[in-house]
Write a protein that binds this ligand. Structure first.
Ligand code: TMP
Ligand code: ASP
Length: 242
């Protein structure tokens, strides 16, 4: 499958049309951004590492029964996905307090959240991805009520699957963000799951292994992402091209 036209270019990925109207190619670039695009750097090998990482996680989720847009890896930095009509809302689950919730509520980083908490954010970099609630989603027509319910249920289901998976690699899934879209009327998991969009800490040392390394200038960003993959059993072998 070949790239045709660039449809959209985000902060870390570019999206291309293909000859199949139902399929798109995601190209994972080396760009790394934080603070809603205010901090941007190029990190060598990051596109490859995130593309491979995302494929690995999407396949694990599919095996566990989560419907996703992911089809297959095409090359080191490209993946084939179903073309979704994206819902402009981000779904965040937090198992441990970190990041914006600490600033917003004045809670200490590292507190266990039991039960895990859930937040919606509007996908709008210009406004700093503001937190919204279900009433906003309904009143502004960003998604149908049944689709909101489905996104919430799927996001929590993903938590059960991935918390266990990361635990097997001696890592804590602190929080993560998911995005969903519609494919022929069905809500599917879209976008990506990589250390760019979640927080992962070593179980013993609580060392940060995710994009907080970039946000907080801790160094070894891509090396940490690779380490997370390897701890899950991902070998990063070259992709067989067809
Ligand atoms: P936050 O602490 O900045 O609200 O983010 C919570 C988690 O969701 C964290 O793992 C980062 C991820 N996230 C994104 O990747 N992109 C976003 O736009 C938002 C709001 C969160
Ligand atoms: N809001 C998230 C962050 O601070 C995502 C982003 O802006 O890229 O990293």
């Amino acid at each position: 499958m070949e790239k045709r036209q660039e449809l959209y270019s985000g902060k870390a990925k570019s999206v291309y049309t293909t000859d199949d109207a139902d399929k798109l190619i995601l190209h994972f670039r080396n760009d790394t951004s934080a603070f809603d695009g205010k901090k941007i750097e190029q990190l060598e090998r990051k596109g490859m590492v995130n593309n491979r990482f995302n494929a690995f996680i999407m396949e694990k989720l599919a095996e566990a029964g989560i419907a996703t847009h992911f089809e297959r890896l095409l090359s080191d930095q490209d993946s084939l996905v179903k073309r979704l009509d994206m819902i402009p809302v981000e779904c965040v689950v937090r198992n441990i307090a970190a990041g914006s919730i600490c600033k917003r509520l004045g809670v200490e980083e590292g507190i266990d959240l039991e039960p895990p908490t859930f937040e919606f954010f509007l996908k709008d970099d210009e406004r700093g991805d503001p937190m919204i609630n279900e009433y906003h989603i309904r009143s502004f027509g960003w998604a149908e009520t049944e689709h909101v319910e489905k996104m919430k249920a799927l996001t929590f289901e993903v938590n059960g699957i991935l918390k266990q998976l990361f635990l097997q690699g001696n890592m804590l899934l602190v929080d993560y963000k998911l995005e969903f879209g519609l494919f022929k009327g069905e809500v599917l998991l879209g976008d990506e799951f990589t250390p760019d969009g979640c927080r992962l800490w070593d179980c013993d040392t609580r060392e940060k292994l995710d994009k907080d390394r970039f946000r907080q200038d801790l160094g070894d960003v891509v090396e940490s992402y690779e380490l997370v993959g390897r701890r899950l059993g991902l070998a990063f072998d070259p992709v067989a091209q067809d």
